[in-house]
Design a protein around this ligand. Structure first.
Ligand code: ADP
Ligand code: MG
Length: 426
C-alpha cells in the first residue's frame, strides 16, 4: 500500500514534464526559425537596396545631367580665342572620366560649356525621396573642357608668362588639385604609356617656347639657360637632379632666400631639357612607397632660369610647380601620426600659397611667404610689381570625387576674387 501510490505517481509525472519540455523547445525552435527567416528577408531587402543604390540612381542622375547639358549653349575654348593679359590667372581643367570610373558606375557630374564657366551637378534626394540635381556654377579666367589637349592648356596658361620671363620677371605656374586629377599629366606629360611622352607637358612646351625666343633677335646669343628641379616634402627640400640630396633653405639679412647647393643644369636644346625632366621625374617617383603615393605628398618645383652671358645675377626665372594632392590637407580620418603631420604641412603650405597669391594680386606691401617652405623658396617670384602667377586647378569629373572637386573650385575661386577687385580698380 505504501508503495502503490508512488508506483502510480512515477509513471504519470515524466510524460507531463516531457511534453512541457518539448513545448518549450518547440517554441524556441519556432522563434529561431522565424528569426532566420526574418534575417534572410532582411538580407534580401538589403541586397536589393544596395543594387538600387549603386546603379539605378546613378543612371537616373546621369540622365538628368544629360538633359541639363542639352539645353546649354555650348561654345568651347579654342586656340584662336583671345589671350587675356592677367597678373593672376586662375583656370580650371577637367580631365576625361576614365573606364575604371565608369566600370564602378561612377558618373560624370562636371560640365565646362564655354571658355570660362564650370558647372558641378550635385546629385541630391529630397525628403520625399524625389531625386534632382543641384547645379552649381563657377566662373574662372579659363575653363578647359575634357577634350582640350596640353597644347591648348599651355597656350592660355604658361605661354603668356614666357613673354614675362623675357622681360626679366619671375613668373609661376601652379598645378593644383586632388591626387589623380591630372596635375602631373598637365605639367610632365602623359606618363601612362610605356614610352612616356614628356614632349607635350607644360615643362617641355615651356622649354620649347623659350628656345624659340632665344633664337630670335634681340635675344639671340644673349642668354645662358639653366634648369633646377627639386621637391618639398613637409618642410624639407630634396634635389631631384641629385638623387634627392637634402637641401637647406637659408634667408640672409636682406631677406633673400636661397636653396643652398641645388644642382643647376645648363641646357642648350629642348632635348636636353626633356632628358633632365625624365631623370628628375623618375627620381621623384622612386622610393619605398608606391609611385603615386609618394609624389602626391610633395610639391615638385621645376625652374628654368635665364642668365645674361657673363653676368652673375639671374635675369629671369619661370617656376612650374606640381603641387601635393590637395586632399592630403583634409585627411583627418587617420590616426597615423606621419600622415596627420604630412596633411597638416600640406594644408598649411596650400593656405599660405593662396594668401601669397592674394597679396600679390593686391600689390600688398607684405607677402606672408614665411608661412611655408613652398612659399619661402618661391619668395623672389612673389616680390615685385610685375610678378605674374597662373593657377591651373585640376578637377576629376566623377561623382565619387565631387566633394574634392568642390573644395578645389572653392580654393581657386578665393584666389580669383582679386581679379574682380582689379577690374573694379581698373
Ligand atoms: P595627379 O598628378 O593629379 O595625381 P595624374 O596626372 O597622375 O594625376 O593623372 C591621373 C591619371 O589620369 C593618369 O593616368 C593620367 O594619364 C590620366 N589623365 C589625367 N589628365 C588627363 C587628360 N587630360 N586626358 C587624359 N588622361 C588624363
Ligand atoms: Mg602627380
Amino acid at each position: 500500500n505504501d508503495i502503490s501510490p508512488q508506483k502510480q505517481q512515477t509513471p504519470t509525472i515524466p510524460p507531463v514534464l516531457d511534453s512541457n519540455k518539448s513545448k518549450v523547445v518547440k517554441e524556441i525552435e519556432r522563434i529561431a526559425a522565424n528569426r532566420e527567416q526574418r534575417r534572410a528577408r532582411q538580407d534580401e531587402r538589403r541586397q536589393k537596396l544596395s543594387e538600387v543604390d549603386q546603379s539605378i540612381p546613378a543612371w537616373e542622375f546621369q540622365a538628368m545631367v544629360s538633359e541639363y547639358r542639352q539645353q546649354l549653349d555650348v561654345k568651347l575654348l579654342v586656340m584662336n580665342d583671345p589671350q587675356k593679359d592677367l597678373k593672376i590667372c586662375v583656370c580650371v581643367r577637367k580631365r576625361p572620366i576614365t573606364k575604371k570610373e565608369l566600370n564602378k558606375k561612377d558618373i560624370d557630374v562636371l560640365t565646362i560649356p564655354n571658355k570660362e564657366v564650370v558647372i558641378v551637378h550635385l546629385p541630391k534626394v529630397k525628403v520625399d525621396l524625389t531625386k534632382y540635381i543641384d547645379n552649381q556654377k563657377f566662373r574662372f579666367d579659363y575653363g578647359f573642357h575634357e577634350t582640350c589637349n596640353n597644347e591648348l592648356v599651355y597656350h592660355f596658361t604658361a605661354h603668356p608668362l614666357v613673354q614675362s620671363l623675357f622681360q626679366g620677371n619671375n613668373p609661376m605656374v601652379f598645378a593644383y588639385g586632388q591626387t589623380g586629377s591630372g596635375k602631373t599629366y598637365t605639367m610632365g606629360g602623359d606618363l601612362s604609356q610605356r614610352d612616356v611622352d614628356f614632349s607635350k607637358g607644360i615643362y617641355a612646351l615651356t622649354a620649347n617656347d623659350i628656345f624659340r625666343h632665344l633664337n630670335k633677335p634681340p635675344n639671340k646669343g644673349q642668354f645662358d639657360v639653366y634648369c633646377t628641379f627639386f621637391e618639398i616634402y613637409c618642410t624639407k627640400v630634396f634635389d631631384l637632379f641629385n638623387e634627392k640630396k637634402r637641401l637647406r633653405v637659408l634667408e640672409d639679412h636682406k631677406n633673400l632666400v636661397q636653396v643652398v647647393g641645388k644642382k643647376e643644369e645648363q641646357v642648350e636644346t629642348v632635348e636636353d631639357v626633356m632628358t633632365l625632366i625624365r631623370r628628375g621625374m623618375s627620381v621623384r617617383t622612386s622610393g619605398t612607397t608606391s609611385a603615386n603615393e609618394n609624389s602626391s605628398r610633395s610639391h615638385a618645383i621645376f625652374q628654368i632660369t635665364l642668365k645674361k652671358k657673363n653676368a652673375t645675377k639671374d635675369y629671369g626665372k619661370i617656376s612650374l610647380i606640381d603641387l601635393a594632392g590637395s586632399e592630403r590637407g583634409k585627411d583627418t580620418q587617420t590616426s597615423d601620426k606621419t600622415t596627420l603631420m604630412e596633411g597638416a604641412q600640406i594644408n598649411k603650405s596650400l593656405l599660405t600659397l593662396k594668401e601669397c597669391i592674394r597679396s600679390l594680386g593686391r600689390n600688398a606691401e607684405h607677402v606672408p611667404f614665411r608661412g611655408s617652405t613652398l612659399t619661402k623658396v618661391l619668395r623672389d617670384s612673389f616680390i615685385g610689381e610685375k610678378s605674374k602667377v597662373c593657377m591651373i586647378a585640376m578637377v576629376s569629373p566623377g561623382n565619387s570625387d565631387v566633394e574634392h572637386t568642390l573644395n578645389t573650385l572653392r580654393y581657386a575661386d578665393r584666389v580669383k576674387e582679386l581679379n574682380v577687385d582689379e577690374v573694379k580698380r581698373g
